[in-house]
Ligand binder design. Structure first.
Ligand SMILES: Nc1ncnc2c1ncn2[C@@H]1O[C@H](COP(=O)(O)OP(=O)(O)O)[C@@H](O)[C@H]1O
Ligand SMILES: Cc1ncc(COP(=O)(O)O)c(N)n1
Length: 267
């Protein structure tokens, strides 16, 4: 069986995040990857040197080309840049009836460069989140989407409930930015229960692209028909392996190791 996943996101010339992280992750999990670019970034492990958005028509046409021919078992969005792009993406998702939609609400690169215009946050909430199966904010993104200040697990649970009210079926609030303690905990909410995905916190600066990779792994597993809980569990193992077997490349915040999970399985 050939499972297919489409990522709608920005390009990271440095290869660690964005479209490149998504396609590498799909491939590692044996899912055929397809892409619709929203923007080209000139980027490396030191930061973002340039952002060149594509027109909403160019984004729509790429999705149309994939949707009318190959089709997709699951779809992921990453950097969407503007409200106009969010609106065309939402309309194409509806047109093709894609239900297995994972929205990674990318807002700001780790170095601080904005990847989503500020006024586009409300478009994300009104147009895209109601269509999505899973949303995967980090703590600052969950704060921007809900207006809450998030410090404790209870705060994250409250934010997850508010996001669920927008129509998302499953909310995953990632814990990478909560740097107290020995563990990283990702919280999943399905509208009635909370589930916790915990791993040992790795002390490293090489976390460029962790969010993209994690959401791409969820998408790949959903493409295979796995449940959201199973998909999040695999994604947590995938990202843990990718962070812990660091590549040590570049002069700044390096990329994660996308082949580590496969090599670990093969041993
Ligand atoms: N230092 C770390 N050690 C282990 N897991 C981490 C670490 N940093 C992030 N993660 C994991 O990577 C994934 C992405 O998390 P996060 O860094 O919060 O997202 P983003 O990249 O969107 O800011 C989550 O599953 C999180 O638990
Ligand atoms: C094109 C693009 N998309 C997304 C990210 C976020 O990366 P991270 O996963 O580190 O939050 C990025 N730096 N560049």
């Amino acid at each position: 069986m050939v499972y297919k996943a489409l990522t709608i996101a920005g390009s990271d010339s440095g290869g660690g995040a964005g479209i490149q992280a998504d396609l590498k992750t799909f491939q590692e999990l044996r899912v055929f990857g397809m892409s619709a670019l929203t923007a080209v970034t000139a980027q490396n492990t030191l930061g973002v040197q340039g952002v060149y958005p594509l027109s909403p028509e160019a984004v729509a046409q790429q999705i149309e080309s994939v949707g009318t021919d190959l089709g997709a078992d699951a779809v992921k969005t990453g950097m969407l840049f503007s409200a106009e792009i969010i609106e065309v993406v939402a309309s194409k998702v509806k047109q093709f009836g894609w239900e297995r939609l994972v929205v990674d609400p990318v807002m700001i690169a780790k170095g601080g460069a904005p990847l989503l215009q500020e006024e586009a946050v409300s478009a994300l909430k009104t147009h895209l989140l109601p269509l999505s199966m899973v949303v995967t904010p980090n703590i600052p993104e969950a704060e921007a989407l809900t207006g809450l200040t998030i410090r404790t697990i209870e705060d994250r649970k409250e934010a997850a409930k508010r996001l669920h009210e927008l129509g998302v079926k499953y909310v995953v609030i990632k814990g990478g930015h909560d740097d107290d303690g020995e563990e990283t905990v990702d919280v999943l909410y399905d509208g009635s229960e909370f589930f916790y995905f915990t791993s040992k916190r790795i002390d490293t600066k090489h976390t460029h692209g962790t969010g993209c990779t994690f959401a791409a792994a969820i998408t790949a597993e959903l493409a295979k028909g796995k449940t959201v809980q199973e998909a999040v569990q695999t994604a947590k193992s995938f990202i843990q392996a990718a962070i812990s077997h660091e590549l040590g490349i570049g002069h700044g915040h390096g990329p994660t190791n996308h082949w580590a999970y496969r090599e670990k399985q093969a041993r």
